[in-house]
Write a new protein. Sequence first.
Length: 224
Amino acid sequence: MDPNDRSQPGPVPVQAASESDSAPNGLVALGGKLLPETLVAAYRAGIFPWSSDPVLTWWSPDPRAVFELDAWRPHRSVGRAARRGGWRFTVDRDFEGVMRACAEAGADRPSTWITDDFVRSYGQLHGMGLAHSVEVWEGEALVGGLYGVALGGFFGGESMFHRRTDASKAAVGYLIERLRAGGFTLLDAQVPTPHLARLGATAIPRSQYLARLRRALSVPATFA
């Protein structure tokens, strides 16, 4: 078998994560396939996949990073950058383009976990109306964006990118305004990092996250 194929058969996480389910770093399971039904079951259980040689890995970190939709406020510098660049925003115009851009290596990240199998699988979710992208355009150039998974009133942010300073921050702000308008209640940012904290994310215990996730999944929100 190809050692770079991260969709080999193996354990598939379908049960909700709990305080005793994962290793200290949040690892829940190894292997499985990136099938749409597996991804949906994982997100509904508070679990998400990361690519890792030689097998697929599934995670439920503690603590968990979230954006508080009601309390979040945009940075003034982002608005100024958007006006200077004449940026415009779209949704679902170039989902694959956003994923490919998020997968690009750069000076701050020599490699990423977004492989071709991730692009294919999340593209299938996008075709089902369960995954969405936000694009930031400067003229006809794609300069920033993000993508994630929407289930009920839950949105799981997967990755973001920027080719202009503050473009990813602008994408986050546009996403949050859209989620507010659509009735969403939970924006998941997965693993807490200093970068996410600068964007306005906060860290909450996994037990609290899972309780909020259960409630959010029952909310009849709409991304459109």
